[in-house]
Design a protein around this ligand. Structure first.
Ligand SMILES: C[S@@+](CC[C@H](N)C(=O)[O-])C[C@H]1O[C@@H](n2cnc3c(N)ncnc32)[C@H](O)[C@@H]1O
Length: 291
């Protein structure tokens, strides 16, 4: 990051990232520059005259994409280098309606009812690691309650996150946050024991299934809470599909068909038979509405 920030003094951020020799930077570039990641915003009503808040905004992609639709956007981030990156990115792209706040959620300097949209994209699962003495699920619940208070009536919360019950985890795929297999699908106390053995730290990047996310949002006060499948991921949601019903069935049978190994085909056929195909995809976008 310090190399990138230094280079950005003389060159545009896109040029710096896209021409870097480091393959990690090149990979990050496609993801940091892709504003289409935030097209879920068009599922909501127009942002004209409205205010959005992005929690844990990272390198600024969501705030950048929202800035063309919302009147004002606040991007909060705790890591200084990312705050500096965003500041230079928005300056270079002449984006004037994004305010960057270096802060650690939930300690934010905003009054109740300040926003029409609060965004947690790839963040809700990380929040417990910032409060290691609190139970992880309680940190996540309290975070959503805080988002609820920050929203105006009729406002929305958006959560982009992985699915605990993705079928790949049943074949031993590693958890995408801590790189340990099985932990997402194990009971939490066993996942904790296993994570401590492997990494020396507690297991706290809690994921949930569709019902778990909807329950979290409802308990925080959101009356309407709906989850969609984000294919291939919430970080690159080329398609956002309802979990059940005709359009979902059509999508999984006609569009989301690619060559698979036999055991995966079998797992998918069983999930489909049980009506659970949508429930076992990799990632969700979940949208809640404050009454
Ligand atoms: C996986 S990244 C996601 C970044 C961005 N939201 C995106 O979608 O590209 C998680 C980000 O959340 C930030 N973060 C984690 N806990 C935070 C907290 N308590 N307050 C503010 N930011 C936090 C991290 O510094 C990191 O930039």
């Amino acid at each position: 990051m310090s190399w990138v920030l230094e280079e950005m003094k003389a060159r545009h951020w896109k040029e710096v990232l896209s021409t870097a020799d480091d393959p990690d930077i090149a990979r990050a570039f496609t993801f940091i520059a892709n504003l289409n990641r935030v097209n879920w915003q068009y599922l909501l009503s127009s942002g004209r005259g409205r205010a959005a808040l992005c929690i844990g905004e990272g390198m600024g992609t969501t705030a950048h994409a929202l800035s063309g639709n919302y009147a004002t956007v606040v991007a909060t981030e705790q890591v200084l280098a990312r705050v500096d990156f965003m500041r230079r990115r928005f300056e270079q792209d002449e984006i004037e309606n994004v305010r960057i706040v270096r802060a650690k959620f939930p300690d934010l300097p905003f009054a109740k009812g300040s926003f029409d949209l609060v965004v947690f994209n790839g963040v809700l699962e990380w929040l417990p690691s910032g409060q290691p003495s609190e139970p992880p699920a309680e940190v996540q619940r309290a975070s959503l309650r805080k988002a609820f208070r920050l929203l105006k009536p009729g406002g929305h919360v958006y959560v982009g996150i992985e699915n605990r019950w993705c079928y790949e985890y049943f074949f031993g795929a590693k958890d995408p946050h801590i790189g340990v297999p099985w932990v997402t699908i194990l009971p939490r106390w066993i996942a904790n024991w296993r994570t401590r053995r492997v990494t020396g730290r507690r297991y706290d990047t809690y994921l949930y299934g569709r019902r778990g996310y909807v329950r979290l949002l409802r308990r925080a006060g959101f009356t309407e809470a709906q989850a969609f499948v984000a294919k291939e991921s919430y970080n690159n949601p080329e398609t956002i599909v309802p979990l059940t019903g005709g359009p979902s069935e059509y999508f999984f049978r006609s569009i989301d068909v690619k060559p698979q190994r036999a055991h995966r085909r079998l797992a998918q056929a069983i999930a489909s038979r049980l009506g659970l195909l949508g429930e076992m995809q990799y990632a969700f976008v979940v949208i809640g509405t404050k009454p």
